[in-house]
Design a protein around this ligand. Sequence first.
Ligand code: PMP
Length: 467
Amino acid sequence: MGDSYHALYRKAYPMVPLIPDDRERRLVMTASKGQHGSRLDPWTQSYAQRTAGMSASEIRALFAVASRPEVVSLAGGMPCLSALPMETVAAAVAQMLATQGTTALQYGSGQGDPTLREQILEVMALEGISAHADDIVVTTGSQQALDLVTRIFIDPGDVVLAEAPSYVGALGVFAAYQAQVAHVFSDDDGLVPQALQERIVALKAAGKRIKFLYSVPNFHNPAGTTLSLQRRPQIVEICQRHGILLLEDNPYGLLGFDREPYDAMRTLSEEGVVYLGSFSKTFAPGLRVGWALAPHAVREKLVLASESAILCPSAYSQMTVSTYLATCDWMAQIKVYRELYRERRDAMLESLGAMLPQASWTHPDGGFYVWLTLPEGLNAKAMLPRAVTERVAYVPGTAFFADGTGQRNVRLSYCYPDPDRIREGVRRFAGVVHAEQELLETFGPYDATATGSGPSTGVQFPSPDLS
Ligand code: PMP
């Protein structure tokens, strides 16, 4: 039945761009396994083992099509920069360059600009954190902080605990350092403490070394959920009891729609938490400025690791952020972003409610993402070629798990398209789901093993603007 479904699907949609299927991939892999490399890549035998965990997502090719203007992309996690007062920012940066250009265009400190580190303290105070500027390391986006923390803690085979689902860019880092990711059950209130406790006990009993718990507590990417206030001390306590570091990744915390930010988990433990922040969502991702706040000894190692990787973060970018914080009303700008994203979230939830009653989804009260569960029997990755043909794009749920689950899940982003485009995108998406359901009713369930759309065993790497 599965085969006939696949064949009929191909007959019905011959123009649909193909996700390379497993057979094609196996051919390429076999071709590249020759003793002395192959025509495709003469260096096959030379790569470090850790590159085995790095493979481009099969959906990358599709997203080249998805970036065409006629496609409504509900896939990307790109902030809406048209809301920035660009002329004001440009004038402030021009002034900064004219007066401090020789510093801004020079190498800087490996730990990051001291002025900016003081300003970061003010940003973190909004989430109850009181710290010392000396314990902050400025990084090239919080993505580099994820890389540094993983680099200094993970040996191959060590376990990283992570929410189910988890941020795809973090899973990519963990895979690159050959960590084993153990997902922990999470619901609408975030990580479930009891599930965390049980997972730790089971892993320890199996002789595993657990190094840290990775969590995005606020307006989760991709789940759109927030860890409840009640659960925060429980999670911190469980980690402490088992000697597991907590990596608190918080790029969206100030982008809540309905309330002031919750206190960070870092407020509950100075020694047990590495906290990551970023200016990517509250200001601009192109500057690539993020930071880690770490216990003192960890901070020292992070600086050494960062210096060996990049010498120092960009002084120009840091001074641009610093000037922006000092001369523009950044709190008012965050408010502008919050209102804008709230309107887009409303547009998405209302359209989903009107057009897709047979699916279910999370109700984010901040951030960029809705996590949707398709009706039984549908496969989000298999459906993507048809969606792109119908001029709408999303990220299939399997990208957010290290173990191939999430086949019925979809991440929809509302941050970038305006509300009318969102409504149109959801209309197209709903049309695709309906058509898939009709196929399913006519031909029976999809056979994932017949194509490359089954459980993927590795972490997928979509392009950066999708993460
Ligand atoms: N963590 C999470 C949860 C994210 O969503 C992102 C960006 N999508 C990052 C970290 C990395 O952000 P940046 O490097 O731009 O600070």
